[in-house]
Design a protein around this ligand. Sequence first.
Ligand code: PFF
Length: 501
Amino acid sequence: MQDRERWSTRTAFIFAAIGSAAGLGNAWRFPYMAAQNGGGAFLIPYFIALITAGIPLIITEFAIGHKFQAGAPIAFSRIKKGWESLGWLTITASFVIITYYSVIMAWVTDYLWYSLKAAWANAPKDFFFGKVLQISSGPGELGGFSIPVIIGLILAWGAIYWCIRNGVRSVGKVVKWTVPLPVIMLGILVIRALTLPGAIDGVNFYLNPDFSKLLEPKVWASAYGQVFFTLSLATGVMIAYASYLPKKSDITNNAFITVFANCGISFLAGFAVFGTMGYMAFTKGALVSEVAGNGGIGLAFWTYPEAISLLPFGSVIFSLVFFIMLFTLGIDSAFSLIESIVAGLVDKWGWNKKKVVRLTCLVGFIISLIYATKGGLYWLDIVDKYINNFGMVAIGLFEVIAIGWLYKSSKLRSYFNPISEIKLGRWYDVMIAVITPIVLGGILIWNIVQEIIDAINGKFYGGYPLWAIIVGGWLMLAVVIIISVILGKIKSQNNLGRKAN
Ligand code: PFF
């Protein structure tokens, strides 16, 4: 048995964790979520979600990885016999996420090229849907591949593979660049945005609190979903990364640093995006709410390019800065998902890591081709919604049950406190055993009830047909569960006869 790989320095680990957390979810998802869910008031549920789920869970995942020195499946099998499948759930969920995340990276890659000549000219929306995605009429029509997306996808997977080819050694070197660089670029974009006329209206739209939204459960569900996604929780990433820490190593402070850096990046991104929207509204004599459109993916790929094209000078430079920022933000999130999968497989079967990395990237690339079809966007949208709203929250719930009830949070705390710079009190035990399970259980039940009510009313997510929701949503989740249970049942050298502690 070879020695476990190690991060070269503490900074390498912290950068890798921040790199995973800060991604596409920070630059467009967060600002859009905030704007749609009560603006400044969204920060309240977001903050509460951080305290009641995000922070306790990231500390827990760091501690599990460090203590059990393994990726999620073996780590959970050591926590409680028979719970290995929970680890595999995080791994299969990672696989689902990377297959579509890589496609968004493919679009970003294409846009690096398009930025050079502002290829979208006066019609960014038509350009995105018509020329890049070549969008079909609906999920029922895959309509062959979009060539630009395929090219971007090959480049994106090539870059992901290149970064991770030598495990944490190459990752440690890459994140030295891919973490500070987007922050600098974001700084440039914020300054540019806030010095434009009309920026203040955009910022008002972003931060102006609408407290009535706090009464809508949907806003709370969005806040918890966003916190899971942004901190890369319930995917085994943080467990795998922490398993490469040396024996004597801080846990809690590393977790706090990761959370603050990640959330700071999100908050700043809102100023860049909405300041620019304010300017666009100003030049068009329209309201910010009108120009910001319905946000989501469109925000990065057509609303923002359109706003940039209206700049008095430097459109090419600023759109390049924007897409380089997105690329460098996204790449380390993308390869962290691969690392989680690879750690899971290698730790259980002891296979050659380099070969597993190659194979995982190859299989990931092949499956991601589904989303590179002309109907791919519809499937991406459905899968993203169901894996996040149901999959991740459920996995998080099982994680806290496993630690809070079966292993005992006080026991985990007495493991990480002595090695950590910040010592946690008993509140951590109560949080993991009682509060986090209650809130996550509540969110999950609410999501399911809402889904049933919508189904009874014949309303399906995004207006898609029922069969597409069943295939991309429920069937996808069923396959994730079945594969995880099977993988958890297979015996190997490493999960045989291990003690629980
Ligand atoms: N945290 C990343 C983002 O906000 O874009 C996305 C992500 C990466 C989610 C890794 C989950 C994960 F394991």
